[in-house]
Design a protein around this ligand. Structure first.
Ligand code: UD1
Ligand code: UDP
Length: 382
């Protein structure tokens, strides 16, 4: 019997982290002929993930340019995908999440009349400008996709509200699969500052901030709040691995340089990042992925955004929305740093996003869709 030709397409750091375990799962199963195409919308930050998971892409579009615009990424990915799809002729293209690569990858497959599977489907804020452009990217991909792999039941309900009910599978998020392979008991970090921090007696706050809708004023406000937190709480050490975007680099260095307890460091590889998260006291972030990982590790999260498409951990009590204005961010952080009961209320492990078996379910669902399995996979949480 012919193998099912499945091509995974991704381009940024978070897509790579969440697709790598799936690409590896597909590659080891006999029913699939798995291939992998990276757009390299991110270059260094993507390559770091590929190295950790020992993944060798079959195609690399190498599209990244400094200060790239949404249009150039989309146009370059779309053009590049033409030749790749022509050559590989996959039976199914898998894209992930909501980036420009995701949208362009799905659109290119559609133009070639190749079915599309959407991993991490159904997340919504219902605000077209936040996250920007991700909310619209994922909606557009939802309209194109034939198979939708939803991390949570709420994500599946979102799709149902858009009348997308066919080809929908409840799988959990593949990030939890990734997380289960990276966290270890002992680790030596590549940055000395991380090896020398006292994670028991000091309060290490892990910070990330990179979203396009936070560029400018919101990012400046967030960073002012972070500096105030460091000033007001001498027991804190803020560790901020700064995204390579020049806009973010400039903002971070302008607002946070020169403080003895604010450590601006280079992006960490995913293994170091997960292990730092496992050791820190608190996470302050506008990242999507960190909102899923930190609860699994029992770390409270203050989300530096106006809204979130990931309400499950807010409901579980481990994540709070702090917004993008300096005063409320400072107040919320202060409360957690000075009130042990408040902190303890948030610091418990919650796993609303997955159980480490999402990749297996997605592979099973694909096999079932192509008639190579008699039953669909059991749902996440069933
Ligand atoms: C992209 C995604 C966003 C995701 C984020 C994860 C879109 C529109 N945005 O945003 O959804 O949350 O990735 O990090 O798809 N750069 C480098 N080296 C790298 C990576 C980036 O130098 O390895 C620099 C380049 O100058 C690049 C800039 O960062 O032009 C911005 O990258 P881009 O992918 O356009 O946007 P992100 O903010 O990273
Ligand atoms: N991450 C990493 N190194 C870093 C910062 C983040 O490996 O220095 C990981 C993080 O653990 C998560 C993912 O990158 O798995 C999140 O990526 P990002 O915040 O860039 O994008 P988002 O999730 O917001 O789309």
């Amino acid at each position: 019997m012919n193998k099912i030709k499945v091509m995974t397409v991704f381009g940024t750091r978070p897509e790579a982290i969440k697709m790598a375990p799936l690409a590896l799962e597909l590659a080891k199963r006999p029913e699939f002929d798995a291939s992998c195409c990276v757009t390299a919308q991110h270059r260094e930050m993507l390559d770091s993930v590929l190295e950790i998971f020992r993944l060798r892409p079959d195609y690399d579009l190498n599209v990244m340019e400094p200060r790239q615009t949404l249009s150039t990424i989309t146009a370059k990915c779309l053009n590049g995908m033409d030749g790749v799809l022509e050559a590989a002729q996959p039976d199914l293209v898998l894209v992930h999440g909501d980036t420009s690569t995701t949208f362009a990858g799905a659109l290119a497959a559609f133009y070639h009349k190749i079915p599309v599977g959407h991993v991490e489907a159904g997340l919504r804020t219902y605000d077209k400008w936040s996250p920007y452009p991700e909310e619209i990217n994922r909606k557009l991909v939802g309209a194109i996709a034939d198979l939708h792999f939803c991390p949570t039941a709420a994500n599946r309900d979102n799709l149902a509200r858009e009348n997308i009910t066919k080809g929908v599978f409840l799988t959990g998020n593949t990030v939890i699969d990734a997380l289960q392979t990276t966290v270890v008991k002992d680790i030596t970090f590549s940055e000395d500052i991380l090896n020398n921090l006292d994670y028991v007696n000091r309060k290490v706050i892990l910070v990330t901030c990179h979203r396009r809708e936070n560029y400018g004023q919101p990012m400046a406000q967030i960073m002012t709040a972070l500096r105030r937190v460091a000033d007001a709480f001498p027991e804190t050490e803020l560790v901020y691995p700064v995204h390579l975007s020049p806009v973010v680099q400039e903002a971070a260095h302008k607002n946070l340089d020169g403080h003895p307890r604010i450590h601006l460091i280079a992006p960490l590889d995913v293994r170091e990042m997960h292990n730092l998260m496992a050791r820190c006291h608190l996470v302050m972030t506008d990242s999507g992925g960190l909102q899923e990982e930190a609860p699994a590790l029992g770390k409270p999260v203050l989300v530096l955004r106006r809204e979130t498409e990931r309400p499950e951990a807010v409901d579980a009590g481990t994540v709070r929305l702090a917004g993008v204005e300096k005063e409320p961010i400072f107040q919320m952080a202060s409360r957690l740093l000075s009130d042990r009961t408040e902190y303890d209320k948030m610091a418990h492990a919650a796993n609303p996003y997955g159980d480490g078996r999402a990749c297996r379910r997605i592979a099973d669902a694909i096999a079932w869709h192509f008639g190579r399995r008699e039953t669909p996979p059991e749902e996440f949480g069933a």
